[in-house]
Design a protein around this ligand. Structure first.
Ligand SMILES: [Zn+2]
Length: 301
C-alpha cells in the first residue's frame, strides 16, 4: 500500500479531516536511525503528525514538531514540507534511538514513559515573514493528545488527533493517523459533532491492522456524513541537508576548534541528525573553513 495523505471536508458535519498511511515513512525513519521498538513508536507517531499537518501547507512553508521531555528519549523532532505541489516530504530524529521500554498496562508501546514530562513546540515557517512558534506543556506524552492540545490552545482550533504505529517482529507492520478539526466559522454543533465522531472512531492501530487505507480512515471518522475530497498526496522520507549547510554548522565550532580538528585527523565525518547522511571533510576543507572565520574576524575588527 502506497503512503498517502488525503484531505477532505464533511461540510454537513462542519469538520475537515486529513488522514494518512505512513508505513514506509516510519520504516525508513526506523532503518535510518536504527530505532528500537519504543523509539520507533514515538518517532513514528511524531513524523505521522508532521506529515498530516504538512499536507495543509502551501508553497515553501514548513512545519516542525519538537518534543523535549525528561524521559529516556530526551528530545525528538519531525518536520514536513512540500517539495512539489503534489507530494509531502517528512523527516525525523531522536537523540536516543535505542530507547526501549516494556509495554504499558494496556499492552501498548510506553511512548509516554519514554518521553516523560516536558513540552511540545510547533514552528511554522512561511514563505515570507517571521515563523510562528507555539509551545504547550505535554498533556500525556502519547503525542496525539499533545498535538490536539497544541491545536486548541495555541491555534484555537478544536481538533481530534489519532496516530498509530503497529509493530511486528521485523519492525513496522503499518502506521498511520488522522487529524480532524472544525471548519473555520463553524459553530458549537460542529464541535459536538467532532467529539461524537471521535468517540466512535476505533483506535488507529485497530483500523490499520484491519487493512484500512487513508480513504477508509477518512470515512470511518466521517461516519454517515458525506465527504468532499480536496487533496491526495504521496508522502515520503526526505531531508533538506546538503554539504553547504553542514559546513555552515561546522563554522559554529569556531576557528581554533576547526584548526585543532584538521591537525588531529586527515578527515572528519559530520552526520546529518535527520537523515544520517555522512559528510566527509578533509583536513584541508576544515582549514579553509577556519580561514573563512579568520578573514571574517579581521574584516569586522
Ligand atoms: Zn539530512
Amino acid at each position: 500500500m502506497l503512503d498517502l495523505v488525503l484531505s477532505a471536508t464533511a461540510p454537513d458535519a462542519g469538520i475537515s479531516i486529513t488522514a494518512a498511511i505512513t508505513t514506509d515513512l516510519v520504516r525508513e525513519a526506523r532503518a535510518r536511525h536504527d530505532l528500537a521498538p519504543t523509539a520507533t513508536a514515538a518517532v513514528g507517531r511524531l513524523i505521522t503528525g508532521a506529515a498530516l499537518l504538512g499536507a495543509n501547507l502551501k508553497g515553501s512553508e514548513r512545519i516542525t514538531l519538537q518534543i523535549a521531555g525528561d524521559g529516556p528519549l530526551g528530545a525528538l523532532a519531525a518536520d514536513a514540507w512540500l517539495p512539489g505541489e503534489d507530494r509531502v516530504a517528512a523527516r525525523a530524529y531522536t537523540r536516543h534511538p535505542h530507547v526501549d521500554l516494556p509495554l504499558n498496562a494496556n499492552g501498548k508501546f510506553d511512548v509516554a514513559g519514554a518521553i516523560g514530562a516536558g513540552s511540545l513546540q510547533v514552528t511554522k515557517s512561511y514563505e515570507v515573514g517571521q515563523p510562528y512558534v507555539g509551545v504547550v506543556a505535554l498533556i500525556s506524552g502519547e503525542i496525539a493528545e499533545d498535538l490536539a492540545a497544541y491545536l486548541i490552545n495555541s491555534e484555537q482550533i478544536p481538533s481530534v488527533v489519532a496516530l498509530g504505529v503497529l509493530a511486528n517482529p521485523d519492525g513496522v507492520a503499518a502506521a498511520g493517523g488522522v487529524i480532524a478539526h472544525v471548519l473555520p466559522g463553524a459553530d458549537e454543533r460542529a464541535i459536538a459533532m467532532l467529539e461524537e465522531r471521535a468517540l466512535a472512531l476505533p483506535p488507529i492501530t485497530t483500523l490499520i491492522a484491519r487493512g484500512a487505507d487513508a480513504h477508509a480512515i477518512l470515512h470511518e471518522l466521517a461516519g454517515p456524513f458525506e465527504l468532499r475530497a480536496h487533496r491526495t498526496m504521496p508522502v515520503h522520507f526526505d531531508c533538506l541537508c546538503n554539504r553547504e549547510k553542514v559546513a555552515t554548522a561546522l563554522l559554529s565550532l569556531g576557528e581554533q576548534q576547526l584548526r585543532a580538528m584538521a591537525r588531529e585527523s586527515v578527515e572528519t565525518e559530520a552526520i546529518c541528525d535527520f537523515c544520517t547522511t555522512p559528510y566527509i571533510f578533509l583536513a584541508g576543507d576544515l582549514f579553509a573553513l577556519a580561514d573563512r572565520l579568520e578573514a571574517q574576524a579581521s574584516e569586522s575588527s
